[in-house]
Design a protein around this ligand. Structure first.
Ligand SMILES: Nc1nc2c(c(=O)[nH]1)N[C@H]1C(S)=C(S)[C@@H](COP(=O)(O)OP(=O)(O)OC[C@H]3O[C@@H](n4cnc5c(=O)[nH]c(N)nc54)[C@H](O)[C@@H]3O)O[C@H]1N2
Ligand SMILES: Nc1nc2c(c(=O)[nH]1)N[C@H]1C(S)=C(S)[C@@H](COP(=O)(O)OP(=O)(O)OC[C@H]3O[C@@H](n4cnc5c(=O)[nH]c(N)nc54)[C@H](O)[C@@H]3O)O[C@H]1N2
Ligand code: SF4
Ligand SMILES: [Mo]
Length: 736
């Protein structure tokens, strides 16, 4: 943990450390110092990394059409030279010998792994032909499109689906980012972003590890810069992450109890009258109802639920409410639970009643940059009402509002034909066998499809099941408007530096497929025309934007004073009129998850530990990069964090392979013994497969924690989130 402080010296200072010096020292040191390499002037392409959600300015040195080096861009306004270990491994990705380099058609049974190289012409014609055939026989809704975590082509996927006539686009959106966007949009009219550049005096990091993840709108470098000014820091995390070790207060909650804790903080702030009375009176509705709702969530009661001492709940509430300005940086873990929407709304309520919404150093509602709006771009209006009503999982109305389909509903429709059969899937940039809950069932479903297309950089375990596999370009090979749908208030130019054989950008793939599906009128002739369209509200052409590199709407605080909040009432809806109109609870609440020592004491006898999954490794991106040598060396094996107290009786030592078992199955990971986790909680990495292991499975069920997660209800009623952070498990040594 202490080594991260040394990184600052590297970033700010000498630049003398070389990659080779670093090889000899500690893993973390190595990773961080690689981020501190100095720049050497040369012919470079100025671009934006996307080895994670992206956003760090990157300079790519190119000679003779080949990229030689990727370095941090000191002139980038946000990252200012920072690149992490993944960013610096970009060329290992681009030039990896296993990259898919041309389209492939399957010529044996599904999953038997016999492929024939084919041309783009043949592949796209063949795919279009089959999709139209299935539409003709079973309706457009029998074709599902799938995309993965946020990349800047997913709006194209929606546009393609809607123009084709299917309402079914599935994605991780049901447990990732979208619930925060949607839950806060109905509450305060936008996504509130921690305003690090506005000098927060208190930062509350909630279920997020931004130093490892640079998620969504944020860059680790920006967080670290803000911390240099020594704001108060509160961390809410079951693990003592690095930020927790620096925090004034670390609340080590029981995973999955975030809603209860947030409601208890509201309770304290309201009872002790620490809220911003003027803001509440002028700019919120439903405060009294919220006050009534939070009454039972006293710190004493929530101590029993969340395992956080009552006094600490009070202290954190007081510190957050009485330090101005204060921001909340929330992460994905607040969403991966049946209390998802409640947690999001309770946290927005905290921001609102303390007067921290849309103020400098609080949580900002950024104005979008002048580019075509995502919501219109998706062409949701192109779907008939009749098609819209067929959207799978449509009962989760908050998900449906943004055209999000939880994948469990797709899996069920494929396997059971309920509510209608799904026959085909086009999966663009996602690896469902590793990232959707209940992986083995996912495989069964994909095998049952009549037709599966996968677009990826590698032959993943999911791609192995496809009829066609199409080779996508990496971020170094594309021109793109980076950060297109993030709510950071700016977009950036990602510029093409190299080309790799027959790899195409996803934008081009969608455009060319659309032409063959007879949907040319909804698309463009080529990617540059598309980019010009996206940029048209700015008055810039792609070439001008690429030169400028960055486009931002000027920051304006307290916009609500002139415009109100973008909700039906123009105020922050602590009591949600939209949820009420849909028949959902208009106020946040806490429901005990179905698989805990309290809800299932019987099960807890056999499975005594609480399992949370998917805390990110700094070296991988979900199922990606296990084949990149420099990163895999830093973390060769999947890891389960477990407290020594939990292991002594089991004879488990640090580094031992252990079985992790839930009622749904068991997987193997290496135990990492650590004091930094609660003795009754374990934290397992997600999305592990082994590219080096035999095809077609590549060991994708051996250590993949989604073998252990459930795809059964209950889900979050509004948005359909399943439970990834609060399950029961047992852990025991792998013998032999
Ligand atoms: N148990 C558990 N499960 C989880 C999570 C958890 O915390 N716990 N987290 C969930 C979350 S938040 C998310 S977002 C999902 C992520 O789920 P996915 O998005 O399915 O995860 P990735 O492994 O990133 O899969 C992306 C695939 O796209 C490929 N790819 C990379 N770049 C490109 C590109 O530019 N174009 C194309 N066509 N392909 C590309 C990669 O090679 C990879 O095979 O996982 C979810 N699953
Ligand atoms: N290196 C890397 N970066 C990534 C990704 C990656 O795979 N690797 N994935 C990207 C994606 S798609 C996403 S969504 C983001 C996610 O980025 P983050 O939001 O930072 O998410 P995680 O690392 O999954 O979890 C953050 C913290 O939540 C804690 N936690 C676990 N369970 C609970 C709980 O029940 N409550 C609370 N309060 N905390 C809990 C974990 O201990 C962990 O420290 O990262 C993005 N960036
Ligand atoms: S944090 Fe993300 S964008 Fe920045 S260098 Fe790392 S992988 Fe690239
Ligand atoms: Mo995510």
């Amino acid at each position: 943990n202490e080594l991260a402080a040394i990184m600052f010296a590297g970033v700010n200072g000498s630049g003398k450390t070389t990659l080779f010096d670093c090889f000899i020292i500690d893993q973390l040191w190595y990773a961080l110092m690689r981020g501190a390499l100095c720049l050497t002037p040369s012919f470079t392409v100025k671009s934006v990394c996307r080895m994670c959600h992206g956003g760090c300015g990157a300079l790519i040195r190119v000679e003779d059409g080949k990229a030689l080096k990727v370095e941090g861009d000191l002139s980038h306004p946000v990252s200012r030279g920072y690149l992490c270990a993944k960013g610096l491994a970009s060329l290992e990705l681009a030039y990896h010998p296993d990259r898919l380099r041309y389209p492939l058609r399957r010529v044996s049974g599904r999953g038997e792994g016999k492929w024939l190289r084919t041309s783009w012409e043949e592949a796209l014609d063949g795919i279009a032909h089959r999709l139209l055939e299935i539409k003709e026989c079973h309706g457009a809704e029998a074709v599902v499109l799938a995309h993965g975590t946020n990349r800047e082509y997913l709006h194209m996927v929606y546009r393609l689906a809607h123009a084709f006539g299917t309402p079914n686009v599935t994605s991780p959106g049901y447990v990732c980012y979208y619930p925060r966007v949607a839950g806060s949009t109905i509450t305060c009219g936008g996504l509130p972003i921690a305003d690090y550049d506005g000098n927060p005096r208190c930062v509350m990091v909630w279920g997020c590890n931004p130093i490892y993840t640079s998620p969504d709108e944020y860059c680790a470098a920006q967080v670290l810069r803000a911390l240099e000014k020594r704001p108060h820091l509160i961390v809410i995390d079951p693990r003592k992450i690095w930020l927790a070790s620096k925090a004034d207060l670390w609340l080590q909650l029981r995973p999955g109890t975030d809603a209860a804790l947030a409601l208890s903080m509201l309770n304290v702030i309201i009872e002790e009258e620490l809220y911003d009375r003027e803001f509440v009176e002028k700019w919120t509705i439903g405060f009294d109802k919220l006050a009534d709702r939070v009454k039972p969530y006293t710190p004493a009661k929530v101590e029993d639920i969340a395992w956080v001492p009552a006094e600490k709940i009070r202290e954190a509430s007081r510190l957050y409410a009485s330090t101005k300005p204060a921001c909340i940086h929330w992460g994905v873990k607040i969403e991966q639970n049946l209390n998802c929407t409640s947690t999001v709304r309770a946290l927005v309520s905290l921001m609102a009643i303390t007067g921290n919404l849309d103020v400098a150093g609080g949580n900002m509602l950024h104005s979008p940059p002048p580019v075509a709006r995502f919501t219109e771009f998706m062409l949701a209006h192109a779907l008939s009402e009749q098609q819209r009503r067929k959207r799978l999982g449509g009962e989760h109305k908050l998900a449906a509002m943004g055209s999000v389909v939880p994948p469990m509903h797709v899996v069920k429709a494929i396997l059971t034909g309920d509510p209608y059969p799904v026959k085909a899937m086009v999966a663009i940039g996602t690896n469902p066998l590793l990232t959707w809950p209940n992986s083995k069932l996912v495989k069964e479903a994909l095998l049952k499809l009549d037709f599966l297309v996968v677009v990826d950089l590698f032959m993943t375990p999911t791609a192995e099941l496809a009829d066609y596999v199409l080779p996508a370009a990496s971020w170094l090979e594309i021109d793109d408007v980076a950060f297109y749908f993030f709510r950071s208030g700016y977009v950036m130019a990602r510029r093409k530096a190299i080309e790799l054989e027959e790899c195409w950008s996803d934008h081009k793939i969608v455009i060319e497929l659309a032409k063959r599906l007879g949907l040319r009128q909804a698309f463009w002739d080529n990617v540059e025309e598309y980019l010009n369209y996206i940029l048209s509200p700015s008055g810039m052409k792609w070439s001008e934007f690429a030169e400028a590199g960055f486009l931002q709407t000027p920051l304006r605080y307290k916009k609500y004073e002139k415009e109100g909040f973008k909700t039906p009432s123009g105020r922050v809806e602590l009591y949600s009129s939209i949820l009420e109109s849909w028949g959902f609870d208009p106020l946040p609440s806490y429901v005990e998850p179905p698989e805990t020592p309290y809800s299932r004491p019987d099960l807890a006898e056999k499975y005594p530990l609480i399992l949370t999954t998917g805390a990110r490794s700094p070296y991988f991106f979900h199922s990606e990069y296990r084949q990149l040598p420099s990163l895999r060396k830093l973390q060769p094996d999947p890891q389960l964090e477990i407290h020594p107290e939990a292991t002594t009786a089991l004879g488990i030592e640090d580094g031992d392979w252990v079985w992790i078992e839930t009622p749904r199955g068991r997987i193997m990971q290496r135990a990492k013994l650590t004091q930094d986790i609660h003795p009754k909680v374990v934290s397992s990495q997600h999305a592990w497969w082994f590219p080096e292991e035999p095809r077609p499975e590549h060991g994708c069920f051996k250590s993949n924690v989604d073998v252990l997660t459930s795809s059964d209800p209950p889900f979050d009623p509004c948005v359909g989130a399943s439970i990834l952070n609060s399950l029961l498990c047992k852990v025991y040594k792998v013998e032999g």
